[in-house]
Design a protein around this ligand. Structure first.
Ligand code: FMN
Length: 210
């Protein structure tokens, strides 16, 4: 029998450890509440730990479903944001969001993006995201959803070994559509079988213990 790839994020049990990466941008309690009422499932805030605490507490008071706070590499130490979300009662952390980046067209000598700076996602950010998951899991006892540049089952396993209980991916869907979920799930399962893991839980954070 193949090992089970079911996993848990606090009270939330997932049949499979792979989640579609998405999110909603909001910067104030007021905006958040409107988004929440409209059905939003996630929020990203400015790098303001007090605001993070307030928003997580507010969300917790609005719902009984597990609340996952997503962090990015903002201007403050992102581990402080994780600490604020954990202290306010978040059930888990998603790490990481896109990373602010820029490209300049050498012909026109102007930034390529009209906004000048945009969010970098996909393969280039993977090692940074793995590092963040490893750091968060080393410092906090909170379930983590790893995210950033995952496109293969090996990437997903890497995040799990770094400390993630589940993984998200988005950019890869630009090249390979939804079949990538099944590929990554079966790749994880085959790896578990080969390495003798009977549950995702046994693999989580293994890189810290080996
Ligand atoms: C076009 C696009 C839009 C995104 N919008 C949001 C968003 O509104 N909120 C959010 O938290 N993350 C957003 N993200 C970030 C993704 O959820 C994810 O954290 C990031 O892309 C890294 O994962 P990936 O490399 O698998 O895409 C967006 C990413 C992309 C590419």
């Amino acid at each position: 029998m193949k090992p089970s790839i079911s996993t848990s994020i606090g009270a939330l049990t997932l049949e499979r450890p792979t989640i579609l990466a998405s999110g909603i941008l909001g910067i104030s309690l007021n905006v958040f509440e409107r988004l929440y009422r409209a059905g939003a499932g996630a929020v990203v805030t400015k790098s303001d730990v007090e605001l993070v605490k307030k928003i997580v507490k507010k969300v917790k008071s609005l719902t009984n479903v597990p609340v996952i706070a997503k962090v990015g590499l903002g201007s403050t130490n992102y581990l402080e944001t994780v600490g604020a979300a954990a202290e306010a009662g978040a059930d888990g952390i998603t790490a990481i969001n896109t990373i602010r980046a820029m490209a300049i067209d050498v012909e026109t000598k102007k930034p390529i993006l009209s906004n000048k700076i945009g969010g970098l996602s996909g393969t280039p950010i993977k090692p940074i995201a793995v590092r963040c998951v490893y750091e968060i899991s080393s410092k906090f006892n909170i379930p983590i959803i790893g995210c950033g540049g995952i496109s293969t089952w090996e990437d997903a396993v890497e995040f799990i070994l770094a400390g993630a209980s589940a993984v998200q991916f988005g950019s890869v869907l630009g090249e390979h559509w939804a079949e990538v979920f099944a590929e990554i799930n079966s790749g994880i399962q085959n790896y578990m079988e080969q390495k003798g893991f009977s549950s995702i839980g046994e693999m989580v954070g293994k890189a810290k213990r080996s």
